[in-house]
Design a protein around this ligand. Sequence first.
Ligand SMILES: [Mn+2]
Length: 299
Amino acid sequence: MLDVGKVRRCGPFRDIIIIGAASGYGAQNQATQDAPEVLRRFDFLGQLEESGIPYQWDGIVHLEKPHASALDSVATICSLLAKKTKEAILEGLFPVVIGGDHSCAIGTWSGIKSAIEGPIGLIWIDAHMDSHTFASSPSGAIHGMPLACLLGHGDEKLTSIASPGPKLEAGNVCLIGVRSYEEGEANLLSSLGVRVFAMDEIRQRGIDEVMKVAFSIVEKNTVGFGVSIDLDALDPLEEPGVGSPVPGGLLKKELASALSRYRESGCLLGVEIVEYNPYLDSKFATAHAASELIEALVP
Ligand SMILES: [Mn+2]
């Protein structure tokens, strides 16, 4: 591909490109690595075509043979994925990444950032904070670390993907849906000044109001922003097919409706949806949720 330099603005996009990321190496249970293949066969975006929104599958980024360490496997798969998302932006496409465990976010947003001139924002929708480092994580699982890595904290193999240094500035990021976390990661986020909208604040203010404030955070000092959706942000009573279910989450309908306000914003750079566990799903409820959330967002 020609190196056409960096893109200065987001949109308008030529087409939607779906990129699968078969990454399960960041989690203790690797079941989510089968998600892109299951969702593709399930034709979970068939509705887009019916609505006249053109899209193409780019294939599924995967490792033929994993490395001995999870760290090296995650770093390699994220580097491959970063190349794909960078290319997509430079070609004027709108990338939709389908994980995999949430460690793939390091690749998705490092790649997108490396294609764009200027700071980008990110809305992180998740039951967890995903902001550990190896020093603070009780489990050592890398899918609990991607946001810290993107903010420049963590193992250099993960923070230097696509380009050296942080990919996001703390003031341009916020989390929505948090209800399960450990002290170490909460301390990191608060010391950096990252805005966290926990579930109790969302229930107090309403999801629409929270989305409005979130939008002003990610859009204010940036050239565009992305949305990373961990399906565990949803309530497991409705959507059980996720890597790490936590009770008391968002309802699919309210989240889809709140997200749809971003579709017309003109600054949306890409979307990612992760942590689908097909083996815990019930009657494809969570697969349907994945498709509805993507449909709510695609421009
Ligand atoms: Mn997550």
